[in-house]
Ligand binder design. Structure first.
Ligand code: UDP
Ligand code: MN
Length: 254
């Protein structure tokens, strides 16, 4: 079975959207493992900015969109932000739906799914690591969880310990891993057809809750990569400092 990594990227409109997606396109272009990029816009319809970018990107891609429902009142908005505050959740879910609609238990064997936010930075070798995922695999992510790198420490592909900021472990984050620090085999989607991201999950628990749908204890996770060499970083692109009269509407669209 030829390996293929399905890279799921939620994205939304802002000044740095284009350059973030371009950077990710370049990282994916260098992958020696075959990748299929599933880009899901947080919008009612796919936009020309993203479709133009994808048509210029040499990576095979799928372009979807779904708008995150916005909370109606200020109180609801604040409450949700404090308790949950998930970003990109509906977008990841329709990508999972797309995979279930387009593949089956019969042709899932070579596939692995990975959630790659648009503002992280990726060493292209991470996609080779991801492709080896048998069921569910984890590795450290640079600058995640308020430390230099967060995630498992591996010895012979098994987990020896977890690096995580103690306070956050105390908040019952059972699997201290960033969204960019794990992958799941595509066949798992067909073995567990009910699996999605749930908006009701608490703040900071998306990764733990998602992974616990596939494994019953975290020692089952395949430990990949090395704490000596991080291959993916949770960085955020700084907002450019712009003259205040220069609004997003005036930005060159495509
Ligand atoms: N995102 C989105 N809609 C939003 C906010 C974020 O689709 O309203 C996407 C964003 O483009 C990214 C992912 O969701 O791919 C995670 O968001 P972000 O990087 O802002 O979160 P953080 O870095 O704080 O985890
Ligand atoms: Mn981010």
């Amino acid at each position: 079975h030829e390996k293929i990594v399905f890279v799921i990227t939620p994205t939304y409109k802002r000044h740095t959207q284009k350059v973030d997606l371009l950077t990710l396109c370049h990282s994916l272009s260098l992958s020696r493992t075959q990748v299929k990029w599933i880009v899901v816009e947080d919008s009612n319809n796919p936009t020309p900015l993203v479709s133009n970018l994808l048509s210029l990107c040499p990576v095979s891609s799928v372009h979807l969109s779904v708008k995150t429902p916005r909370k109606k009142t200020l109180v609801a908005k604040l409450f949700w932000k404090i308790m949950h505050g998930h970003r990109g959740l509906e977008q990841r879910n329709i990508a999972l739906q797309w995979l279930r609609d387009n593949y089956s238990a019969k042709d899932c064997r070579g596939g692995v799914i990975y959630f790659a936010d648009d503002d992280n930075r990726y060493d292209h070798r991470i996609f080779d690591v991801i492709s080896k995922t048998v069921k569910a695999a984890v590795w450290p992510v640079g600058f995640a969880g308020h430390i230099l790198y967060e995630g498992p420490v591996c010895h012979n592909n098994t987990i020896t310990k977890w690096k995580s900021w103690a306070v956050r472990v105390g908040t019952n984050r059972k699997i201290p891993i960033d969204m960019a620090g794990f992958a799941v085999n595509l066949c798992q989607l067909f073995e567990k057809p009910e699996v999605y991201f749930d908006n009701a999950w608490s703040r900071g628990q998306l990764e733990t809750e998602f992974l616990y749908q596939f494994v019953t204890n975290k020692e089952e996770l395949e430990c990949r990569g090395s704490d000596k060499e991080v291959l993916v970083w949770h960085v955020r692109t700084a907002k450019p400092s712009l003259y205040s009269g220069y609004q997003l509407e005036h930005f060159l669209e495509t």
